[in-house]
Design a protein around this ligand. Structure first.
Ligand code: NDP
Length: 261
């Protein structure tokens, strides 16, 4: 039996075990996926090996620590500097970032996108900016503080006060504003001006009608939350656990069923 897990802190609310175990069952695989609360980032590799895992997902706040323990990295991981998927092959550790391609798949339904504004500058913003860059989509960053500006060498980086409204095809909330509170990712008046000049909106937060999404709706801007991104990153991760030998469409169908249970 193969063994997988998700590492994070906090971890009890993670729905990854539900998605993966449901897909494992539907695809008739011999495996089990659990969740591990990690207190200390130094213990990540040790825990992975002690538990004799074949693969793992990594979530907040360990994605950058996990990047450092890998022997091999995929193209996305290498550029972004963080991973969410760890796979053991012949006693070496392979690291993948499936958030970036998961996001690209999630926005496909908006059609051709040429420009995007990313609100926020954290780890997720970095993954999204690189994902858009690989598709030749211009991605500007708008954040409340300047401290992470150096992570975005290929993008224009604006602070709230120096931002001049432009036309964007897609506006993305990649901050955690709205996750456990009712905050907007940028001041409401500024977000209203942004939406007046935008075609689509995407929130990385899932299963919540955030203030960002409610405002997009009030401007009648087609929008979606981060549920599909979550599913697609998990689909790609499970396939990496099996050396890319699984049918991704079947995993997607199973995981979409699991998320709506
Ligand atoms: P980080 O902590 O790395 O970054 C958070 C960013 O949000 C920072 O730029 C921070 O600004 C900004 N921010 C936080 N709170 C506020 C606020 N109240 N107002 C304005 N800006 C704020 O987080 P991550 O990038 O790792 O995660 C961001 C979100 O993405 C989380 O909600 C997470 O759940 C979600 N996520 C969803 C995924 C999916 O599959 N759907 C996958 C991965 C993440 P500053 O730089 O000034 O501190």
């Amino acid at each position: 039996m193969k063994k997988f897990a998700v590492f994070g802190n906090p971890i009890k609310h993670s729905i990854s075990p539900r998605l993966h175990n449901y897909a494992i069952k539907e695809l008739g695989l011999d495996a089990f996926y659990s969740r591990i609360l990690l207190e200390d980032n130094i213990k990540l590799k040790e825990k992975f090996n002690t538990l004799n895992l074949d693969g793992a997902n990594i979530t907040i706040p360990f994605k950058e620590d996990a990047f450092k323990v890998c022997d091999h990295l995929d193209r996305y991981a290498n550029h972004i500097g963080s991973i969410n998927t760890l796979v053991k092959k012949n006693n070496t550790l392979y690291g993948y970032n499936t958030d970036a391609p998961g996001f690209l798949k999630a926005i496909e339904e908006f059609g051709k996108i040429n420009s995007a504004l990313i609100l926020g500058a954290g780890g997720t913003a970095k993954a999204l900016a690189y994902a858009l860059y690989t598709k030749n989509i211009k991605a500007d960053i708008l954040n409340r503080s300047e401290k992470r500006k150096s992570n975005f060498k290929q993008s224009n980086f604006y602070l709230w006060d120096d931002f001049k409204i432009e036309q964007y095809d897609l506006v993305i909330n990649s901050t955690s504003a709205g996750l456990v509170d009712e905050e907007y990712p940028v001041p409401k008046e500024l977000l209203e001006d942004i939406f007046k000049n935008s075609s689509f909106a995407f929130d990385v937060i899932y299963n919540k009608n955030t203030p960002f999404l409610r405002l997009a709706n009030s401007f009648k801007i087609p929008n979606k939350d981060g549920k599909d991104m979550l599913v697609y990153q998990a689909v790609l991760a499970l396939n990496f656990f099996y050396n890319s030998n699984l049918d991704e469409k079947k995993i997607e169908i199973a995981m979409k069923k699991a998320i709506s249970l």
